[in-house]
Design a protein around this ligand. Sequence first.
Ligand code: ACO
Length: 328
Amino acid sequence: MATEPAQAAEAYHPRPMGGPWGLKISGIGAALPEKVLTNADLTAWMDTSDEWIRERTGIGERRIGGSTSGLSTEAAQLALADAGVEASEIDQVILATTSPDHICPGTAPAVARELGILAGAFDLQAACSGWVYGLIVANGLLLQGMDKILVIGAETLDRITDYHDRGTGILFGNGAGAAVVERDTTGAGQLLSWDMGSNGNYVHILYADHGDVLQMDGKEVFRQAVTVMQRSATAAMDRAGLTADDIDLIIPHQANIRIVEAAWKRLGFDMDRTAMVLERTGNTSAASIPLALDHALSENRVEPGSTVMFLGFGAGMTWACAIVRWAG
Ligand code: ACO
């Protein structure tokens, strides 16, 4: 339930800052709207087939409906409960999204309000790389003395997707994933290294104008995605002094299984160490990596000391890689 402004004002406690730091992801939550759009559903109005979509993308179904603020709030509540953290302890809300509820204002303040938080709250628009950008920014805020930060990735891409378009309509869906990112005073958990980049020369290969749907040059996105994933993962591993064999679990942006396979061939990664939820979510842009993390944690694929790589790429183009030593 929404917190009334007067109550929320009382809930605002500026927090003391400073002290030792590391980073731990102490809670995770996921939210998907109920309505499922399967490949078979799409064949009712599109010249396509379940077999073609699965083979070319790895996607079986996606979710539609909901709002970006609603899905964010649901995922964040689960993440807070998972971490055992009260909303009033949160120092900052970062919401990575490319499909905000409004052009203005940002969606993060509305989510914070629903949670009863009056700490800073802002949207981060880096398309599908957004959640990894958010994690890296959160680490910077921890270094500045914050304690607990919500990093959410959430999308309602059905509002900017033409489900009659064979190139984009087969790919995109809605969802949200949220993480409570905390300063780890034991130092066990760490952001070991990171890489962020962009190349605005490629705006034209994937974009949506105001009031319009996503336009995409699929083949060029595919080519660029493989290139930047390789470059970003290599840069982050080099900075941390790690090789492919040192990474216990890789959580890539869930866009297309063939993009992941092509990049992994170049990087020497294998699918056994890769977290995927693409088959049942489709491409949920900024939500895809925290959704895959939530699933990996539910399958106990991460343990204290694990080295986990988050690897995103998206429209812009943007890309980002973060390598985390898991605190437990
Ligand atoms: N169903 C059935 N057949 C299709 C479909 C479809 N949905 N789309 C295209 N085809 C047919 C074409 O007509 C063509 O047939 P033809 O050979 O007889 O002429 C054939 O399939 C190949 O068409 P292409 O357009 O070349 O298809 P491609 O192999 O490039 O696959 C796809 C299209 C799946 C979109 C691919 O380009 C892709 O995945 N690109 C990356 C897209 C992506 O990941 N975007 C998001 C990443 S960034 C972010 O997440 C924001």
